[in-house]
Design a protein around this ligand. Sequence first.
Ligand SMILES: NC(=O)c1ccc[n+]([C@@H]2O[C@H](COP(=O)([O-])OP(=O)(O)OC[C@H]3O[C@@H](n4cnc5c(N)ncnc54)[C@H](O)[C@@H]3O)[C@@H](O)[C@H]2O)c1
Length: 267
Amino acid sequence: MSNLLQNKKGIIFGALDERSIAWKVAEKVHEQGGEFILSNAPVAMRMGKINELAEKCGTTVIPADATSMEDLGKLFDAATERFGKLDFVLHSIGMSPNVRKDKSYTDLNHDWFLKTLDISGLSFHKVLQTAYNKDAMNDWGSILALSYIAAQEAYPFYGDMADAKAVLESIARSFGYHFGVKNKVRVNTISQSPTVTAAGSGISGFDKFFDFADDMSPLGNADADSCADYCVAMFSDLTRYVTMQNLFHDGGYSTTGISSKVIDKWS
Ligand SMILES: NC(=O)c1ccc[n+]([C@@H]2O[C@H](COP(=O)([O-])OP(=O)(O)OC[C@H]3O[C@@H](n4cnc5c(N)ncnc54)[C@H](O)[C@@H]3O)[C@@H](O)[C@H]2O)c1
């Protein structure tokens, strides 16, 4: 099982440091023979360690603000110039100024709310539209974004990110239809367990809801490494007819009503 992605080329957005889900995906895609360009927001070039990852995976970094159609256009042009058409894209991008500044959901700054929606939701549409209009994807390509269950259920600490994730998942369905008809490209979101990363631990009370989810899930929380395995599977030819889905990767959390571990804590 070491050549699942042989000859497949793509773009991976969102690796900041070694905890990032996108970082693990890049390592596993590389292990499986895939080639890619790494991208992140220009500001992340200074904060993170993405160049270390690029060296390890024998690739380059092209900065792009995922809310800028101009940046995305240049990135896709550079990627297709290097590789020809692409087989996979990972959107692993999320940020909420309201969550960062600890604004409660009942006291949001609405300019920041728009930023949250743009960075964490609409940017997926911008990525998809760029790839679609540039005819940048090979037939049977696979495009993924990462989501969280707060898109479906109330998670008070997740603030306006919940709304952005609902938009993100809807975009996967709506665009997935058009991309499927155009050239069999599949578009999905993976709804991941709470995971210890820069974005994850920025949410207030994260440690507690990480432990709660772990206790609720029959298999325990899925970690970033296993999320990367799932992304590899979704980029591979073994999942060619899966599209327009929100795929829970959460150890069974989303369909568990109550667990004995949680009950025991209340006894
Ligand atoms: N960590 C969790 O608990 C968890 C759970 C479910 C889903 N997710 C999702 O997984 C994805 C990756 O997050 P992570 O946990 O690996 O954290 P992370 O902080 O490592 O990754 C988030 C990335 O988004 C990038 N980003 C922010 N603004 C951007 C912009 N304008 N343009 C381009 N990139 C931008 C950041 O630089 C960073 O690399 C996010 O969509 C997140 O919501 C995370």
